[in-house]
Design a protein. Structure first.
Length: 384
């Protein structure tokens, strides 16, 4: 007997116009993924802060318009954000806008209506292309998961069901870039080979020294990281410079979760030339707080899970080497230090994410190290 396909959802898409609408926009993923075993709920307070023009410095140069999709009964069945990124346009002048915060039920008609609304908003502002997802920029959670759906995402990494890929391609999106999440487990990587390589690099570069974060000079080191990040990543595909306010905003958030021993700096003759930042994968604790609310029960649960060894992995979201020192193996020193110290602190694995598919030197180095391409992400784009 042939199955009858479900009737398309009758949907209305409208801009978020009130505080109640904004709450429904933030709430939708918690309902949408309620029965999904691998989605990890982000903290609602963090989601609200990202979308608040008074609290997120992205709005100093960018605009975001939020849209809700509702069915005939007034229930939310999808959401999307249309995004104008002023720093991207200043650097590239390519007419590209963005979409993000995209979630919808498994109904292509809902996706189509949401994308029509978002792309229409971008066209009205003279933009000629759209790329995404970014939440709201490439410096935040970004990318569409295209492989690795049966595993939980690491902290600040995206998760979505497989049909999002199909729906976006049906709408005319094509892949603009592939990104990888590499999984490095201490039991499988060639630590001795990496250590020998790091020692050789140190010997070949007199005046090169490694140190960890000094919390007494946190903001001085943070300013240096911003300078190196914007220089080191300047030629990477899609890179958008962080403003000083954006980086201070990020650093303030990271300061609450970092372990200083896992933040490394390389200095050449006393000048900072490279860094890496590795943070605990708090998603391993957050998955036990599916409501995304810290109070009244979320915070005690989160702290208990973290203290009881529930967080045993880390993620390296940022590493940068000044361009004039590229190709000299400085990244090997940072990766070696991260692995060695992480093991001492009780972590047995690290996700390095994301790594651009076109970053051949780093991709080759991680493949030789024994790292595994654990998840695949993509940035999608189409003309308007």
């Amino acid at each position: 007997m042939n199955e009858v396909a479900p009737a398309p959802t009758r949907v209305t898409v409208r801009p978020v116009a009130s505080g109640k609408d904004r709450s429904r926009f933030i709430d939708f993923p918690y309902q949408h993924y309620a029965e999904h075993p691998f989605w990890v709920a982000p903290l609602r307070m963090d989601q609200a802060k990202v979308l608040n023009p008074k609290k997120n410095p992205f709005f100093e140069h960018g605009e975001i318009e939020l849209f809700l999709a509702e069915n005939a009964e007034g229930e939310v069945v999808g959401r999307i954000a249309a995004i104008l990124n002023g720093m991207h346009l200043q650097k590239y002048d390519d007419g590209n806008g963005f979409f993000g915060f995209f979630d919808c039920i498994e109904d292509y008609g809902v996706t189509e209506a949401l994308l029509d609304a978002a792309t229409g908003w971008l066209r009205e502002r003279g933009l000629t292309g759209v790329r995404g997802p970014t939440n709201p920029s490439m410096n935040d959670t970004s990318g569409l998961l295209v492989d690795g759906f049966d595993r939980e995402p690491s902290i600040l990494m995206a998760y979505n069901p497989p049909y999002y890929v199909d729906f976006l391609e049906r709408y005319g999106f094509e892949r603009a870039m592939t990104m990888w999440a590499y999984y490095v487990h201490e039991a499988y990587v060639n630590k001795d080979k990496l250590r020998r390589g790091a020692e050789i690099v140190l010997r070949r570069n007199p005046g090169l020294s490694l140190r960890t974060l000094d919390t007494d000079r946190f903001w001085e080191d943070a300013a240096a990281v911003l300078r190196i990040y914007n220089e080191a990543w300047s030629h990477n595909w899609g890179h958008v410079p962080m403003t000083e306010h954006e980086f201070q905003h990020l650093a303030k958030d990271l300061k609450q979760v970092i372990e200083p021993e896992m933040i490394f700096f390389l200095e050449k003759d006393g000048e900072l030339v490279a860094f890496s930042i590795t943070i605990p994968n708090l998603n391993q604790a957050l998955k036990h707080v599916p409501s995304g609310r810290l109070f009244p029960l979320g915070l005690p649960t989160l702290l208990a899970r973290a203290k009881l060894g529930g967080v045993y992995e880390v993620r390296m979201p940022l590493m940068g080497v000044l361009p004039e020192f590229h190709g000299r193996g400085f990244d090997a020193i940072l990766i070696d230090a991260t692995i060695q110290t992480g093991i001492k602190l009780g972590y047995d694995a690290c996700e390095m994410s994301w790594v651009l598919d076109v970053n051949t030197p780093l991709v080759n180095a991680l493949d030789k190290l024994g790292a595994v391409r654990d998840k695949e992400y993509a940035m999608m784009e189409r003309a308007l």
